[in-house]
Design a protein around this ligand. Structure first.
Ligand code: ZN
Length: 392
């Protein structure tokens, strides 16, 4: 029996915004390294465009519908570049074959996280786009269903009321059954070295329990962590990934992970805790992280992570203090480069330390404020909340 799970279960029906074209897509895994995406639009379309994603579409996507051609649409502004599929004849159906892809899309999510046991995480944000219909360009209101190979596990992205938000996450296809880890579930690549697997499981359990009780809000969707191992042969250790809507994904690589090492232990603990902080920052129905300078959510996540690591005894007070002092030193080096990513983390942490506030209390109030008003986190909200805390 093939496993099939449909997204948007148990959610109230949402009327699509005017102008958005209702569309469905089924993503079916048809072989170890192949998927099929079958789109069905509520009206015939003549062009389907998606924001560009490096060479992902030109190399890994093949239209299966006849009379469809691919066209890259360059633009001077990187966020305006598009990948388009042009139909000879307007049609309501459009199918693609998608093969496994190892590359990265510039400044974006990895399209395909591959696990050593054949499992795969597919980033669903790359399946959404605009259509052209009767000369008009319209956004889509896309809902997706998933079908895996016979007997395999399929974990769709977390369901949010906003269908578009639901797509900005990964769908997992593969043999693993997710393991419970505190308030989260964990899909762990079997190639993860034993000490590291235990560390990730323990850290995830401890941190998700701490965040759940400290930030006093149950998670809107269930948190799923996916850890894939890309290789254990290259030099050093690298951990790439991050938090998306309701999910944390990491890709591990490098032979240094084969042996237990305190620096790797600290890095993994900090990254898991940091990404989990973003999950709670975004655990809102409106507001959350927006266009404000990155130091607010990154420095905030650093501060929440250090607090959680220390309060749970995962780190000693000395380890936490060392980490903070290193951040202060790193911030000095980039203090005049506000667009440097180090600035957001190191100087961001320093700015939160300088507020001299209880971090859980501060972030509980920020989360409440963003949820209540729909305003994204920004510097003025931070100043207001911090001032209020000091005066009360
Ligand atoms: Zn972050």
């Amino acid at each position: 029996m093939a496993t099939s799970i449909t997204l948007l279960i148990n959610l109230p029906a949402i009327a699509s915004e005017p102008g958005k074209l209702p569309a469905q897509m089924q993503l079916t895994r048809i072989a170890a390294d192949k998927w099929r995406a079958d789109y069905s639009f509520s009206e015939a379309i003549s062009r389907f465009s998606m924001p560009a994603a490096g060479d992902y579409r030109s190399t890994a996507w093949k239209p299966l519908t006849s009379g469809v051609r691919y066209q890259a649409e360059p633009s001077a502004q990187p966020d305006q570049q598009k990948d388009s599929y042009i139909l000879d004849q307007p049609a309501r159906q459009l199918s693609f074959q998608i093969t496994s892809y190892n590359g990265f899309a510039p400044k974006n999510y990895a399209p395909n996280n591959r696990f050593s046991d054949g499992g795969a995480g597919i980033y669903m944000g790359f399946f959404d786009g605009d259509v052209q219909e009767g000369g008009k360009t319209r956004a889509m209101n896309l809902t997706v269903s998933y079908q895996g190979l016979s007997g395999e596990t399929v974990i769709p992205p977390p369901a949010f009321a906003d269908a578009e938000r639901s797509l900005r996450a990964y769908a997992y296809f593969g043999p693993q059954k997710p393991a419970p880890a505190g308030a989260a579930r964990l899909v762990l690549d079997p190639a993860t070295p034993e000490w590291l697997a235990k560390l990730v499981l323990d850290t995830t359990s401890t941190m998700s329990a701490y965040f759940s009780s400290t930030y006093q809000r149950p998670l809107l969707p269930e948190l799923v962590l996916m850890i894939s191992v890309t290789d254990t042969s290259t030099a050093g250790f690298s951990m790439k990934g991050g938090a998306t809507n309701g999910q944390i994904t990491f890709r591990l690589s490098g032979k240094a992970m084969l042996n237990e090492h305190p620096a790797i232990r600290q890095l993994v603990q900090k990254l898991v805790s940091h990404e989990m902080a973003h999950i709670w920052q975004e655990n809102v129905n409106q507001g959350g992280i927006g266009e404000a300078p990155a130091w607010i959510h990154e420095g905030g996540a650093e501060a929440m992570a250090v607090d959680a690591l220390q309060k749970t005894g995962t780190w000693t007070a000395a380890e936490a203090s060392n980490y903070q002092q290193t951040a202060i030193a790193n911030c000095k080096k980039v203090a005049d480069q506000t667009d440097n990513y180090q600035y957001a983390y190191a100087c961001g942490l320093q700015k939160f330390m300088a507020l001299d506030s209880d971090i859980p209390l501060l972030w509980r109030k920020l989360i409440t404020e963003t949820e209540k008003t729909g305003r994204n986190y920004d510097e003025s909200m931070l100043n207001e909340v911090s001032k209020h805390l000091h005066s009360s």
